[in-house]
Design a protein around this ligand. Structure first.
Ligand SMILES: Cc1cc2nc3c(=O)[nH]c(=O)nc-3n(C[C@H](O)[C@H](O)[C@H](O)COP(=O)(O)O)c2cc1C
Length: 313
């Protein structure tokens, strides 16, 4: 029998957010989905999270904006995007014809920006949910500034919650003293789910030119280097909240994804791995399908949290 890998990511939201399987793409690493529709059957994915979207179009940060490190990637893209109006006009109508749910990742400088974005997206056909990015380390204002503190994180969440009936996922930053406390605060403020982690703060110095190797200096580290950190944070957050947790950070194969699920994640996001293997998310899904079939697992719920030291299962 084919295992049932479906998962409800917004159980306490009237509209719900039902995914056919737990494999999502991470914001900023899969464009608007359209770019990859020629590479593989993207409709097979659980969900696609599109590029970070702001009210007005943005050019992003100065070049260079990507720098490879040992087992990782530094980026300082800085929310380069087409803006929410163009997204609703040009991208959402395409998404409306797709089976795979699309979640729009939003970013702003002020709480009012987030509220206006949520309101704009509320009625848009083709948009199944919102991921609130309060965790970007490489924009000058807004971004991670909201996510480092439980009070400001809760304030953004409550404001977005009040502005839309769409499922709201809040994306958390690892660059804070206790991510579980921030997660509990946003869950309490009305988040339907939390996703983590965004990138860790990092930089690199060009020793010959004696200056930073990347335009924006302080930027975000992603890729395999951050996986154990992300996994520990997902473990902690899954123990602290009752809303679904979406795990992200350094996932490049099915075994990585299964570790996150067994740590307590209900779904996973594949990010930087797509840059070296454009079909990485599909490979992760197919690996999970193989594993569950081979292990005789009939339902995803049997393995969510199954690897936690605090359970006997
Ligand atoms: C080039 C690049 C752009 C990103 N843009 C966004 C973004 O717009 N919004 C967001 O919430 N996260 C963004 N992220 C963070 C990823 O979604 C993800 O949280 C992070 O890279 C960790 O996952 P990974 O190690 O699998 O890449 C970006 C990451 C990269 C590498």
């Amino acid at each position: 029998m084919t295992p049932d890998l479906s998962i409800q990511l917004a159980p306490r939201n009237g509209r719900g957010l039902l995914l056919a399987n737990p494999v999502m793409t991470a914001s900023g690493t899969f464009g608007y989905g359209t770019e990859y529709s020629q590479v593989f059957d993207i409709q097979r994915l659980g969900a696609i999270v599109c590029k970070g979207t702001t009210l007005a179009p943005r050019e992003g940060n100065p070049q260079p904006r990507l720098f490879e490190t040992t087992s990782g990637l530094l980026n300082s893209i800085g929310w380069q995007n087409i803006g929410v109006k163009a997204l609703i006009k040009e991208k959402a109508p395409v998404w409306a014809g797709w089976r795979v749910p699309i979640i729009v990742n939003i970013g702003g400088d002020t709480i009012d920006d987030y509220v206006r974005l949520a309101k704009e997206l509320d009625g848009a056909a083709g948009v199944s949910g919102i991921e609130v990015n309060i965790s970007c380390p490489n924009v000058k204002v807004g971004g991670a500034a909201f996510g480092v503190n439980p009070d400001s994180a809760a304030a953004v969440t409550a404001a977005v919650r009040a502005a839309t009936s769409l499922p709201v996922i809040v994306k958390l930053t690892p660059n804070t003293s206790d991510i579980a406390i921030v997660a509990a605060a946003v869950a309490e403020a009305g988040a339907d789910a939390v996703s983590l982690i965004n990138t860790l703060k990092g930089t690199a110095i060009d020793i010959n030119k004696r200056r930073p190797a990347i335009g924006n200096i302080i930027c975000g580290l992603s890729g395999p280097a951050i996986k154990p950190v992300a996994l520990a944070m997902v473990y902690e957050v899954a123990g602290a909240v009752s809303v679904p947790v979406i795990g992200c950070g350094g996932i490049s194969g099915a075994e990585d994804a299964l570790e996150f699920i067994m740590a307590g994640a209900s779904a996973v996001q594949v990010g930087s791995a797509t840059f070296s293997n454009p079909r990485a998310s599909l490979d992760v899904l197919e690996g999970i399908e193989r594993f569950t079939e081979e292990e005789g697992i009939q339902n995803l719920s049997e393995i969510i949290g199954a690897g936690r030291g605090d359970t006997t299962g």
